[in-house]
Design a protein around this ligand. Sequence first.
Ligand code: C6P
Length: 406
Amino acid sequence: MSVIDASIREDFPVLTQEVNGHPLVYFDNAATTQKPRTVLEAVQRYYEHDNANVHRGIHELSNRATAAYEAARERVAQFINAPDRADVIFTRGTTESINLVAATWGDANLQTGDVILLTEMEHHSNLVPWQLLAHRTGAELRFIPVTGDEGVLDLANIDTLLEGVKILALTHISNALGTINPVRDLCSTAKAIGALCLVDAAQSAGHLPLDVQAIGCDFLACSGHKLCGPTGIGVLYAQSHLQKVMPPYQGGGEMISKVEFQVSEFNVPPHRFEAGTPNIAGAVGLHAALDYLDGIGLQAIGQHSFELAHYAKERLAEFDGIRFFGPTTEHAGVVSFVLPEVHALDLATMADQQGVAIRIGHHCTQPLHEKFGVPATARASFYCYNTRDEVDFFIEVMQKIIKLIR
Ligand code: C6P
């Protein structure tokens, strides 16, 4: 018996449809989650009643839009327990948040010989920006290894790995494995040698309670669309004292305090990092999404997704030769696997014909998949509105597919 009642499905209009003649079973939540009606309505209400540009006008609508945008910032700060709303920078998503840190803090602080410590399970968004930074500055990239198929971090040599490290950047929850990393311990170990710590919370925000002060990170990045919010809005939490010494990211309106033909002075953080008209409606939708998730309870959401993933693994284990990637006991709502003789593409295409949406590929963790020696895995990822009945239907579909192929 789950902690979340299946009646919450009624909050999500998209879930009521049929796909290819079957009720939609949406198991691609690690890619993006569906949106509850309250989020859709908040965005619509904003455009119907308050739409204007922020921080620029003295007219009523501009004041309302500014108030809504800044209220969203306050709400995010509360959601992640940031000490101050000025610690919250709005971005387009996790990818932009990490690029911002690499391009501003990174360019200003790293030089040849410095080390950037990552893990082997990082999403390309928490790898490629650091590669670009390493090429620009001459810094070295180093990786905490991942153990075999169970996919947890091998911390046996962490002290050696940390030598010369200026920043540790790691994912909280792996999108490919479902591994939940001990970010709190790792941040504290990194900070003990004077390194900074960035947490990629793309898969943990909206899946478990987040507390940046308890984690002890300097930066945390997440995306609105993975937690019931709109696409194109994301968050970078950056400690105020770091923001104050970080050079600007992009130039343009809003991020300046004074502009002359030759030089400019820059606005105070976080506005210094939000050049141009921001995604105001996205921030409004994100605010509504956080209210929605808190209404259900983050603990309950994490527990529900874990239980579904655990049950799916139990059922999938019925298939001969299945190879799972990711931890067996403690993990998030993600199940990744390959089946002998069954090509992942065939599996996903045939599942889609039965209305089941799963994802296949390297899930933007290509080096990790190369390490495992597989080009692609199939991944089912769960969220608060998924049910055990849907898992059972997925297994029935899998049985049919395997029978047909083998
Ligand atoms: N993972 C998935 O299907 P953006 O695209 O900026 O919202 O998020 C990027 C990102 C960063 N880190 C992690 C751990 C992620 O999982 C993602 C997005 C999606 O797994 C798309 S590849």
